[in-house]
Design a protein around this ligand. Structure first.
Ligand code: FES
Length: 157
């Protein structure tokens, strides 16, 4: 949980805060350690930028990269757009769910992984595709999923 001072420090790093509001929120989300923006944090940012808190909430709900609930250190995003869907993205959903013991939208008890859907990540040629951070994975088998999870458990990439 970030202190108000830590939040202010991040906001003040940007000259024109309101222009850079998405960058500020992304930084704060990352700094939260749990990949989310808390209500207190949103209120503090609004105060610091002198804008209504509702504007921050609108952005947080509009952009799928943000969450207002704590998430895992690693967000596993599985594409649910049509090309992946017809290439059996449901099967990789099952593989990740089974490997992690959670359902889509949930976070593992050790707070390492969150499973969520995303729309096309531009990897349709290797559909069904998934993404963890900036890394994109495709043509996944059960063994691949096991290996990927193991690698992240051992310290990430
Ligand atoms: S539709 Fe899934 S990566 Fe494009």
């Amino acid at each position: 949980m970030l202190t108000n001072q830590q939040i202010r420090d991040v906001v003040q790093k940007y000259e024109d805060g309101e222009e850079n509001i998405l960058a500020i929120l992304l930084k704060l989300q990352e700094a939260s350690g749990q990949n989310y923006i808390s209500e207190d944090c949103a209120v503090e940012v609004a105060k610091e930028l002198n804008i209504p808190a509702s504007k921050i909430y609108d952005l947080l709900t509009f952009h799928s990269m943000f969450s207002t609930k704590p998430r895992g250190k690693y967000i596993i995003e599985i594409c649910k757009s049509a090309p992946c869907h017809v290439n059996k993205s449901r099967e990789i959903v099952k593989m990740f769910e089974n490997e992690l013991g959670i359902k889509m939208g949930e976070t593992t008890a050790d707070k390492l992984f969150t499973l969520q859907f995303t729309s096309c990540i531009g990897a349709c040629d290797i559909a069904p595709a998934a993404k963890i951070g900036e890394k994109v994975y495709g043509n996944l088998t059960k063994e691949d999923v096991k290996k990927i999870i193991q690698e992240y458990r051992e310290g990430g990439k």
